[in-house]
Each structure stands twice: as structure tokens, then as C-alpha cells.
Design a protein around this ligand. Structure first.
Ligand SMILES: [Fe+2]
Ligand SMILES: [Fe+2]
Length: 480
């Protein structure tokens, strides 16, 4: 079988020769109905019968891996696709650096690997659950289609992780695969595993911020796993990254188009002061200070996903050759890090200080630093829009100490510049930094759906180009 092309004949499209692996095939076929039940219960509410113009992966060839067509979401072909095996691939880092990459799970690292796969797997259905009501307030058919595209692909990412569990982890893998369908985002008794994936995504600005900030954490985690010495994990995550790029595109352009519309309306109305919130809101667009607060919220919640700055788990996973650094293969050092250090921003005696710590224990932070730089790129592109319209306002990422619930700064309150403040000051200033109830109410008041092809809600500009180069008035979703 040609690894580049996908076998579409069976129930589960794949390029892993499932037909030659009856045990795993049977296990996945058994899991499939439960997955569909989950999708029907927790997937996009009210649109399961609609025809959506979606891309489906039909190959893993980077030159052309997707095909576009109208599909009812429950009929989407959720397949198992691994990037092609690199010949003679070596473990790129850690104690086993230079040895042949593992094709089977190394016994001593089994528990660690399983845990990493389960945590990654848990985030995928969680975001679908968080976003399930957004279809009803979509600002256009274009945006609605993008939401559903992200949703079906997160579903496929769940399949990707479940395949690894079923194929390589026997009975416990099967149990974990079941549990992934049982947990629910925000549920009191059986929540999803990570904090940001139990938050609500109540409106479209939240959705765009989530796909910009939180899907980007996903990208960083996948990049680190793509370096893994466990080759099937590396190959799976490499292909997931291809899809993930679109999710961040949706976030970046979604926020960018929101900014653009605000600028256009401010200019038209002759409003120069971006802080004249009342005047800007009267135009039916989202004022820039509120956009900044939404960014503060989503950024700080996402930073928590990187875990403790100083972590023995991260050190063990690296040492074992299981989870690497961002672009490990492009880094020029010994890839073992046993004697190097890395600067960490810490809290010492109530003050923010930078301290060198052993590089192996600072790997969570290092990945987070790469994430921050990646976010900054997008924020700078947003600021270009503001400059283009000559609006005196710049969005910025808050300090890493701001609004944290995990790690060094979880025990204190800090303002957006990283000054530690008393609880008293924090409770007085909180609404200046994070969306207040009235900000949320205002955003919600704008969330009126627009389903006429080519039309957009008041608060967001149309995209520059269509999906799959379709014209502006293309009917991306045929609502049933
Ligand atoms: Fe994903
Ligand atoms: Fe994603």
C-alpha cells in the first residue's frame, strides 16, 4: 500500500494498513459507534444534517493532501493518517540520542508515553464540546464552515490518539480510549483533564482567541511530540500539525478581521480615541480595550497549559527521548542538556526575578518561551492593521505573571506589567484587565447570526480570500 494515499474502502480510512492488523481494526470498529454517539451528543448543536463544505484528508503528501466537498458532519471520514516513516530515523535527543527510533513502546517508558498520549487526546474532543453552540451565532457562513472544519479535525485528532492507544497499549489503551469519550468539558464530576479545556467558549471572539492562543499551545505540544523517539507518535503528530495550521489561521484572521472592522467604523465615524468605549460600541463593533482584555484572558489561561516552569516530569520525558523541544532537530547543541542551564522567570521573596536553572528541569518553560514568541508574531500582525488605519492603539501580551493558576505565579496576583499587587488592588483593578460581566454582555449582544451567503455580522470584516478560492458569496454551509 502507498503510504501517501489513504485507503477509503473500509469503515475507517487509513494509511496504516488496518486491514493487515485485524486486532486493532476490530478494536477501532468497536470504539467507532461510541465515537459517533459522542459526536451526535456533543458535536455542533443543530447542524448535524446540514451540508458543510469541508476538506477531508485523502493523502499525507504535503503537496496535496486534502479534498473539498459538501459533507454532512456525521458522515465525515475521520481517518487515521500518519506522516511517512523517515528511513533510518534516529532518536533525536535525550539519553538514547542517536539510537534507532522505537517502532514499539519501550517497556520502561510505557506509563509516561501513555499519559502524554491521553493528555493530548483529551484536549481534542474537549474543544469540540466547548464550541458546540457557536454555530447558532455564526457571523457568516464562511465562519460557520471554518468552525465546523476545526471541529471535525479535532475529532480526527482524537482518532489519531485513540489509534496509538489501541495499537500500542493493549487493555489499558482500550480503557483510556473509552474514558476519552466519557469525560466532558466543564463537567463537575468528569471534567476534561486540563483547565483551559473546561472553560466556556460563549461567543465568537472567544472562539477566535481560543484558536489563536489555545490551539497554538496544541501546536507547540504536537511539535514537541513530533520529535519523539517513539516513531508512531512522531509520525501521527507530524500529520496533525498540517491540519492545526488552519486552526490558528482561523484564530489569527478572525481577530484580525474583528480589529479591521472596528478600525473601519471608527474611521468612518471620525472617532480618534480608542478608549472612548461607549462611542465605539454604539457603532456595533468591539472596542479595542475589550479586545485586549479578551486576549489577556485567553493568553493567561493558555500559559497555564504548559505546566510548572520547573518540572521533573518534563525533564524525565526529555531524558527518556519521549518529548523533545520545539524544533529539536534544528537546534545546535548536545541534545542531552545534562550540564546546561536555562533562564527562568521566578517568584523569589515576593519579587519577579530571572534565575538560571538546570536546562533539563526548565523544558516546560522553554517550550512556553517558544510559544510566547510565536504568539508575539501574530499580535504584531494585528498591530499592523491598527497602524494601517492610523489608530493610536497597540495590542500586547501581558506579563507571564499575570492571572496565573499554575506555576511560579499561581500564589500571587500580578498586573499586566508583572507588578505583584495586593488582593485588594487586584479586586479593584481586575475589570481593567479581564473581561467584566458588562463586557461579556456587550459582546454577546453583537452575536447575531448572519446566514445569507456573502453577508457578515456588523462586528467583523469579510476575509480577503475564500476557502478553496471560492467567491465571496459562496454557500459554505447549506443549512438543513
Ligand atoms: Fe487538535
Ligand atoms: Fe486545533
Amino acid at each position: 500500500m502507498n503510504i501517501m494515499n489513504v485507503d477509503y474502502d473500509g469503515l475507517i480510512p487509513n494509511n496504516v494498513n488496518l486491514n493487515g492488523d485485524p486486532r486493532v481494526k476490530a478494536a477501532l470498529e468497536k470504539w467507532h459507534p461510541g465515537y459517533l454517539d459522542w459526536w451526535n451528543d456533543m458535536g455542533p448543536d443543530g447542524f448535524q444534517e446540514s451540508l458543510v463544505y469541508l476538506r477531508t484528508a485523502v493523502s499525507v503528501d504535503p503537496k496535496g493532501w486534502a479534498k473539498f466537498d459538501y459533507v454532512k458532519m456525521p458522515d465525515y471520514k475521520w481517518g487515521i493518517l500518519l506522516a511517512p516513516q523517515a528511513e533510518e530515523r534516529k532518536i533525536p535527543f535525550g539519553a538514547h540520542a542517536g539510537e534507532k527510533a522505537w517502532q514499539e513502546v519501550p517497556g520502561e517508558y510505557r506509563a509516561m508515553l501513555r499519559r502524554l498520549i491521553v493528555i493530548q487526546g483529551d484536549t481534542e474532543p474537549a474543544s469540540v464540546e466547548q464550541q458546540r453552540f457557536l454555530g447558532k451565532t455564526a457571523p457568516s457562513l464562511y465562519d460557520m464552515r471554518n468552525l465546523f472544519q476545526v471541529n471535525v479535525e479535532e475529532g480526527r485528532h482524537l482518532w489519531a490518539m485513540v489509534y496509538l492507544l489501541q495499537k500500542y497499549f493493549g487493555a489499558d489503551g482500550r480503557e483510556e480510549a473509552e474514558a476519552l469519550l466519557q469525560r466532558r468539558s466543564g463537567d463537575e464530576d468528569t471534567p476534561r483533564m486540563l483547565g483551559a479545556f473546561n472553560e466556556e467558549t460563549p461567543d465568537w471572539l472567544s472562539f477566535f482567541m481560543f484558536t489563536f492562543f489555545t490551539d497554538r499551545d496544541g501546536k507547540m505540544q504536537l511539535e514537541a511530540l513530533a520529535q519523539s523517539g517513539f516513531d508512531p507518535l512522531s509520525r501521527t503528530t507530524r500529520f496533525m500539525l498540517t491540519e492545526e495550521a488552519h486552526h490558528m489561521f482561523v484564530g489569527e484572521t478572525g481577530v484580525g478581521r474583528t480589529i479591521e472592522r472596528t478600525c473601519q467604523e471608527m474611521q468612518k465615524a471620525g472617532i480618534e480615541d480608542p478608549n472612548d468605549i461607549e462611542a465605539v460600541r454604539k457603532l456595533g463593533v468591539i472596542d479595542l480595550p475589550t479586545l485586549q482584555k479578551k486576549a489577556n484572558l485567553h493568553y493567561s489561561l493558555t500559559l497555564d497549559l504548559f505546566g510548572n516552569e520547573i518540572s521533573t516530569n518534563a525533564a524525565s520525558a526529555f531524558h527518556a527521548g519521549i518529548k523533545g523541544r520545539y524544533r529539536e532537530d534544528k537546534l545546535d547543541d548536545d541534545h542531552k542538556l545534562e550540564s546546561s542551564t536555562y533562564p527562568v522567570t521566578r517568584l523569589k521573596d515576593g519579587k519577579v526575578v530571572v534565575e538560571d536553572v538546570p536546562a533539563l528541569s526548565a523544558l516546560n518553560l522553554r517550550l512556553r518561551d517558544d510559544y510566547v514568541a510565536d504568539c508575539q508574531g501574530g499580535v504584531s500582525r494585528w498591530n499592523k492593521v491598527l497602524e494601517k488605519y492610523n489608530i493610536k492603539f497597540q495590542l500586547k501580551l501581558p506579563h507571564v505573571a499575570f492571572h496565573r493558576h499554575i506555576g511560579e505565579f499561581s500564589s500571587v496576583e500580578a498586573d499586566v506589567d508583572g507588578n505583584i499587587v495586593s488582593d485588594d488592588v487586584w479586586s479593584k483593578k481586575k475589570d481593567e484587565y479581564l473581561p467584566s460581566t458588562s463586557d461579556r454582555d456587550f459582546i454577546e449582544s453583537l452575536m447575531k447570526t448572519e446566514v445569507e451567503p456573502g453577508k457578515f455580522a456588523s462586528w467583523i470584516a469579510p476575509p480577503k480570500v475564500g476557502i478553496d478560492n471560492k467567491p465571496g458569496d459562496f454557500e459554505y454551509v447549506k443549512i438543513a
